[in-house]
Design a protein around this ligand. Sequence first.
Ligand SMILES: Nc1ncnc2c1ncn2[C@@H]1O[C@H](COP(=O)(O)OP(=O)(O)OP(=O)(O)O)[C@@H](O)[C@H]1O
Ligand SMILES: [Mg+2]
Length: 267
Amino acid sequence: MTNAARIIAVANQKGGVGKTTTTINLGAALAELGQSVLLIDLDPQGNASTGLGIGPQMRAVTTYDFLAGDATPDEAIQPTTVPRLSIIPATTDLSSADIELISNEKRSFLLHDALRQLPMDRFGFDYILIDCPPSLNILTVNAMVAAHSVIVPLQSEFFALEGLSQLMLTIREVRQTANTSLRIAGVVLTMYDRRNNLSQQVEADARENLGALVFTTVIPRNVRLSEAPSFAMPALTYDSQSAGSQAYRQLARELMAKDNPQLQKVS
Ligand SMILES: Nc1ncnc2c1ncn2[C@@H]1O[C@H](COP(=O)(O)OP(=O)(O)OP(=O)(O)O)[C@@H](O)[C@H]1O
Ligand SMILES: [Mg+2]
Protein backbone atom coordinates (compact mmCIF):
# COMPACT_ATOMS: atom_id res chain seq x y z
CA MET A 1 0.00 0.00 0.00
CA THR A 2 1.43 3.38 -0.89
CA ASN A 3 0.98 6.09 1.69
CA ALA A 4 -0.74 8.25 -0.91
CA ALA A 5 -3.51 5.74 -1.70
CA ARG A 6 -6.84 6.82 -0.33
CA ILE A 7 -9.25 3.98 0.26
CA ILE A 8 -12.90 5.03 0.03
CA ALA A 9 -15.96 2.84 0.63
CA VAL A 10 -19.07 3.88 -1.30
CA ALA A 11 -21.82 2.70 1.01
CA ASN A 12 -25.52 2.97 1.81
CA GLN A 13 -27.59 -0.06 2.83
CA LYS A 14 -30.50 1.35 0.86
CA GLY A 15 -30.77 -0.27 -2.59
CA GLY A 16 -30.64 1.65 -5.84
CA VAL A 17 -29.43 5.00 -4.48
CA GLY A 18 -26.52 5.37 -6.91
CA LYS A 19 -23.62 3.60 -5.18
CA THR A 20 -22.44 1.76 -8.29
CA THR A 21 -23.07 4.70 -10.63
CA THR A 22 -21.05 6.89 -8.28
CA THR A 23 -18.20 4.38 -7.91
CA ILE A 24 -17.86 3.89 -11.67
CA ASN A 25 -18.12 7.54 -12.71
CA LEU A 26 -16.21 9.05 -9.82
CA GLY A 27 -13.51 6.47 -10.54
CA ALA A 28 -13.49 7.39 -14.24
CA ALA A 29 -13.42 11.11 -13.39
CA LEU A 30 -10.49 10.73 -10.98
CA ALA A 31 -8.65 8.70 -13.63
CA GLU A 32 -9.35 11.43 -16.20
CA LEU A 33 -7.77 13.89 -13.76
CA GLY A 34 -4.59 11.83 -13.86
CA GLN A 35 -5.17 9.74 -10.73
CA SER A 36 -4.44 6.03 -10.72
CA VAL A 37 -7.62 4.33 -9.52
CA LEU A 38 -8.54 0.82 -8.43
CA LEU A 39 -12.23 -0.06 -8.21
CA ILE A 40 -13.09 -3.01 -6.00
CA ASP A 41 -16.45 -4.59 -6.74
CA LEU A 42 -17.62 -5.75 -3.31
CA ASP A 43 -21.19 -6.50 -4.38
CA PRO A 44 -22.15 -10.07 -5.40
CA GLN A 45 -24.49 -8.47 -7.99
CA GLY A 46 -21.32 -7.48 -9.89
CA ASN A 47 -22.92 -4.35 -11.34
CA ALA A 48 -19.72 -2.32 -11.30
CA SER A 49 -17.92 -5.13 -13.15
CA THR A 50 -20.64 -5.35 -15.81
CA GLY A 51 -20.81 -1.57 -16.09
CA LEU A 52 -17.10 -1.44 -16.87
CA GLY A 53 -17.27 -4.17 -19.49
CA ILE A 54 -15.89 -7.03 -17.40
CA GLY A 55 -18.35 -9.72 -18.47
CA PRO A 56 -18.88 -12.99 -16.59
CA GLN A 57 -16.36 -14.80 -18.81
CA MET A 58 -13.69 -12.34 -17.69
CA ARG A 59 -14.24 -12.98 -14.00
CA ALA A 60 -12.06 -16.04 -13.47
CA VAL A 61 -10.42 -14.29 -10.52
CA THR A 62 -12.69 -12.20 -8.33
CA THR A 63 -12.89 -10.12 -5.17
CA TYR A 64 -13.80 -13.32 -3.33
CA ASP A 65 -10.48 -14.92 -4.27
CA PHE A 66 -8.69 -11.72 -3.27
CA LEU A 67 -10.40 -11.65 0.15
CA ALA A 68 -9.90 -15.35 0.74
CA GLY A 69 -6.19 -14.99 0.06
CA ASP A 70 -6.43 -17.29 -2.97
CA ALA A 71 -5.34 -14.59 -5.43
CA THR A 72 -2.51 -12.09 -5.37
CA PRO A 73 -3.16 -8.49 -6.40
CA ASP A 74 -1.36 -9.30 -9.66
CA GLU A 75 -3.85 -12.04 -10.40
CA ALA A 76 -6.94 -10.16 -9.22
CA ILE A 77 -6.49 -6.68 -10.69
CA GLN A 78 -7.58 -6.15 -14.30
CA PRO A 79 -7.34 -3.09 -16.52
CA THR A 80 -10.54 -1.53 -17.89
CA THR A 81 -11.04 0.35 -21.16
CA VAL A 82 -10.53 3.57 -19.17
CA PRO A 83 -6.86 4.55 -18.87
CA ARG A 84 -5.59 4.48 -15.26
CA LEU A 85 -8.78 2.74 -14.04
CA SER A 86 -8.40 -0.88 -12.90
CA ILE A 87 -10.88 -3.23 -11.27
CA ILE A 88 -11.20 -6.37 -9.21
CA PRO A 89 -14.51 -7.84 -10.45
CA ALA A 90 -17.14 -9.71 -8.44
CA THR A 91 -19.47 -12.62 -8.98
CA THR A 92 -22.24 -14.14 -6.87
CA ASP A 93 -19.72 -16.29 -4.99
CA LEU A 94 -19.04 -13.10 -3.01
CA SER A 95 -22.17 -13.60 -0.93
CA SER A 96 -21.89 -12.68 2.71
CA ALA A 97 -22.83 -16.29 3.49
CA ASP A 98 -19.64 -17.44 1.79
CA ILE A 99 -17.60 -14.95 3.75
CA GLU A 100 -19.25 -16.09 7.00
CA LEU A 101 -18.01 -19.59 6.18
CA ILE A 102 -14.43 -18.49 6.25
CA SER A 103 -13.32 -19.72 9.63
CA ASN A 104 -11.34 -16.72 10.59
CA GLU A 105 -11.45 -14.70 13.75
CA LYS A 106 -10.53 -11.67 11.67
CA ARG A 107 -13.36 -12.04 9.19
CA SER A 108 -13.97 -8.27 9.19
CA PHE A 109 -10.34 -7.67 8.27
CA LEU A 110 -10.18 -9.76 5.08
CA LEU A 111 -10.18 -6.78 2.70
CA HIS A 112 -8.01 -4.70 5.02
CA ASP A 113 -5.38 -7.43 5.13
CA ALA A 114 -5.58 -8.20 1.40
CA LEU A 115 -5.05 -4.50 0.54
CA ARG A 116 -2.08 -4.20 2.82
CA GLN A 117 -0.16 -7.04 1.21
CA LEU A 118 3.25 -5.75 0.25
CA PRO A 119 2.90 -6.19 -3.55
CA MET A 120 0.13 -3.54 -3.55
CA ASP A 121 2.88 -0.93 -3.21
CA ARG A 122 3.99 -1.59 -6.74
CA PHE A 123 0.66 -0.57 -8.26
CA GLY A 124 0.90 2.97 -6.92
CA PHE A 125 -2.82 3.64 -6.76
CA ASP A 126 -3.90 7.13 -5.71
CA TYR A 127 -7.48 6.07 -5.00
CA ILE A 128 -9.12 2.75 -4.20
CA LEU A 129 -12.93 2.93 -4.46
CA ILE A 130 -15.02 0.11 -3.01
CA ASP A 131 -18.54 -0.46 -4.37
CA CYS A 132 -20.54 -1.89 -1.44
CA PRO A 133 -23.68 -4.05 -1.56
CA PRO A 134 -27.06 -2.65 -0.37
CA SER A 135 -26.65 -4.03 3.13
CA LEU A 136 -24.76 -3.42 6.35
CA ASN A 137 -23.44 -6.98 6.25
CA ILE A 138 -19.96 -8.42 6.70
CA LEU A 139 -18.96 -7.22 3.21
CA THR A 140 -19.78 -3.58 3.95
CA VAL A 141 -18.07 -3.91 7.34
CA ASN A 142 -14.98 -5.24 5.52
CA ALA A 143 -15.04 -2.15 3.32
CA MET A 144 -15.34 0.17 6.31
CA VAL A 145 -12.55 -1.58 8.18
CA ALA A 146 -10.27 -1.34 5.12
CA ALA A 147 -11.16 2.25 4.19
CA HIS A 148 -9.90 5.64 5.23
CA SER A 149 -13.31 7.17 4.55
CA VAL A 150 -16.85 6.56 3.36
CA ILE A 151 -18.82 8.29 0.61
CA VAL A 152 -22.58 8.01 1.14
CA PRO A 153 -24.77 8.47 -1.95
CA LEU A 154 -28.17 9.79 -0.94
CA GLN A 155 -31.01 9.55 -3.44
CA SER A 156 -32.95 12.80 -3.64
CA GLU A 157 -36.23 11.11 -2.75
CA PHE A 158 -38.63 11.02 0.14
CA PHE A 159 -37.31 8.86 3.02
CA ALA A 160 -33.76 9.45 1.83
CA LEU A 161 -32.57 10.45 5.27
CA GLU A 162 -34.26 7.49 6.92
CA GLY A 163 -31.80 4.68 7.40
CA LEU A 164 -28.95 7.14 7.49
CA SER A 165 -28.81 6.94 11.28
CA GLN A 166 -28.34 3.17 11.04
CA LEU A 167 -25.49 3.70 8.59
CA MET A 168 -23.91 6.31 10.87
CA LEU A 169 -24.23 3.89 13.80
CA THR A 170 -22.36 1.21 11.87
CA ILE A 171 -19.64 3.70 10.97
CA ARG A 172 -19.38 4.68 14.64
CA GLU A 173 -19.15 1.03 15.72
CA VAL A 174 -16.36 0.34 13.23
CA ARG A 175 -14.61 3.49 14.42
CA GLN A 176 -14.83 2.38 18.05
CA THR A 177 -13.46 -1.07 17.30
CA ALA A 178 -11.59 -1.95 14.14
CA ASN A 179 -10.80 1.36 12.42
CA THR A 180 -10.47 4.35 14.75
CA SER A 181 -9.55 6.79 11.97
CA LEU A 182 -12.51 6.05 9.65
CA ARG A 183 -14.00 9.33 8.37
CA ILE A 184 -17.02 10.28 6.32
CA ALA A 185 -15.61 11.78 3.12
CA GLY A 186 -19.03 13.15 2.33
CA VAL A 187 -22.66 12.58 1.50
CA VAL A 188 -23.51 13.08 -2.18
CA LEU A 189 -27.04 13.80 -3.36
CA THR A 190 -27.85 11.68 -6.41
CA MET A 191 -30.68 11.62 -8.99
CA TYR A 192 -31.37 15.25 -8.20
CA ASP A 193 -34.17 16.88 -10.17
CA ARG A 194 -34.06 20.66 -10.02
CA ARG A 195 -37.66 21.02 -11.16
CA ASN A 196 -38.87 18.78 -8.36
CA ASN A 197 -39.71 20.40 -5.01
CA LEU A 198 -39.01 17.12 -3.27
CA SER A 199 -35.39 17.09 -4.45
CA GLN A 200 -34.93 20.61 -3.15
CA GLN A 201 -36.51 19.66 0.16
CA VAL A 202 -34.29 16.59 0.57
CA GLU A 203 -31.27 18.76 -0.21
CA ALA A 204 -32.31 21.39 2.33
CA ASP A 205 -32.92 18.70 4.98
CA ALA A 206 -29.58 17.02 4.28
CA ARG A 207 -27.64 20.29 4.43
CA GLU A 208 -29.43 21.33 7.61
CA ASN A 209 -28.84 18.02 9.38
CA LEU A 210 -25.43 17.06 8.01
CA GLY A 211 -23.91 20.45 7.27
CA ALA A 212 -20.46 20.39 5.75
CA LEU A 213 -20.61 16.60 5.35
CA VAL A 214 -22.76 17.11 2.26
CA PHE A 215 -20.77 17.64 -0.94
CA THR A 216 -21.50 20.95 -2.66
CA THR A 217 -21.68 19.00 -5.92
CA VAL A 218 -25.07 17.44 -6.61
CA ILE A 219 -25.55 14.64 -9.17
CA PRO A 220 -28.56 15.35 -11.40
CA ARG A 221 -30.98 12.72 -12.63
CA ASN A 222 -29.53 12.15 -16.08
CA VAL A 223 -30.51 9.44 -18.54
CA ARG A 224 -26.93 9.15 -19.87
CA LEU A 225 -25.83 7.88 -16.44
CA SER A 226 -28.40 5.08 -16.57
CA GLU A 227 -27.75 4.21 -20.23
CA ALA A 228 -23.96 3.97 -20.02
CA PRO A 229 -23.71 0.62 -18.15
CA SER A 230 -25.56 -1.22 -20.93
CA PHE A 231 -22.79 -0.03 -23.26
CA ALA A 232 -20.24 -1.36 -20.74
CA MET A 233 -18.61 2.00 -20.16
CA PRO A 234 -18.71 4.90 -17.71
CA ALA A 235 -20.93 7.82 -18.68
CA LEU A 236 -17.73 9.86 -18.93
CA THR A 237 -16.76 7.73 -21.94
CA TYR A 238 -20.29 7.15 -23.30
CA ASP A 239 -21.26 10.82 -23.31
CA SER A 240 -18.42 12.94 -22.04
CA GLN A 241 -20.30 16.24 -22.08
CA SER A 242 -23.56 15.01 -20.53
CA ALA A 243 -24.77 16.71 -17.35
CA GLY A 244 -24.12 13.49 -15.41
CA SER A 245 -20.51 13.23 -16.60
CA GLN A 246 -19.86 16.89 -15.81
CA ALA A 247 -21.31 16.43 -12.32
CA TYR A 248 -19.06 13.46 -11.54
CA ARG A 249 -16.05 15.43 -12.81
CA GLN A 250 -17.03 18.22 -10.42
CA LEU A 251 -17.40 15.70 -7.58
CA ALA A 252 -13.93 14.30 -8.31
CA ARG A 253 -12.45 17.80 -8.16
CA GLU A 254 -14.28 18.53 -4.91
CA LEU A 255 -13.07 15.26 -3.39
CA MET A 256 -9.47 15.90 -4.43
CA ALA A 257 -9.63 19.44 -3.05
CA LYS A 258 -10.91 18.07 0.28
CA ASP A 259 -8.02 15.60 0.35
CA ASN A 260 -5.46 18.26 -0.60
CA PRO A 261 -6.47 21.58 0.98
CA GLN A 262 -3.77 23.41 -0.97
CA LEU A 263 -5.65 22.53 -4.18
CA GLN A 264 -8.68 24.43 -2.92
CA LYS A 265 -7.15 27.73 -4.00
CA VAL A 266 -6.86 26.69 -7.63
CA SER A 267 -10.05 24.64 -8.08
N1 LIG B 1 -28.03 10.32 -11.46
C1 LIG B 1 -28.75 9.35 -12.04
N2 LIG B 1 -29.61 9.65 -13.04
C2 LIG B 1 -30.35 8.69 -13.62
N3 LIG B 1 -30.28 7.39 -13.30
C3 LIG B 1 -29.44 7.03 -12.32
C4 LIG B 1 -28.62 7.98 -11.64
N4 LIG B 1 -27.87 7.33 -10.72
C5 LIG B 1 -28.21 6.03 -10.81
N5 LIG B 1 -29.15 5.84 -11.76
C6 LIG B 1 -29.81 4.58 -12.12
O1 LIG B 1 -30.53 4.13 -10.98
C7 LIG B 1 -30.38 2.73 -10.81
C8 LIG B 1 -29.69 2.45 -9.47
O2 LIG B 1 -28.39 3.01 -9.51
P1 LIG B 1 -27.14 2.21 -8.96
O3 LIG B 1 -27.09 0.83 -9.53
O4 LIG B 1 -25.95 3.06 -9.13
O5 LIG B 1 -27.54 2.13 -7.42
P2 LIG B 1 -26.90 1.20 -6.29
O6 LIG B 1 -27.04 1.95 -5.02
O7 LIG B 1 -25.56 0.74 -6.66
O8 LIG B 1 -27.89 -0.05 -6.32
P3 LIG B 1 -27.73 -1.41 -5.48
O9 LIG B 1 -28.14 -1.05 -4.09
O10 LIG B 1 -28.64 -2.39 -6.14
O11 LIG B 1 -26.29 -1.80 -5.58
C9 LIG B 1 -29.57 2.26 -12.00
O12 LIG B 1 -30.46 1.83 -12.99
C10 LIG B 1 -28.83 3.49 -12.43
O13 LIG B 1 -28.51 3.46 -13.81
MG1 LIG C 1 -24.77 -1.20 -6.72
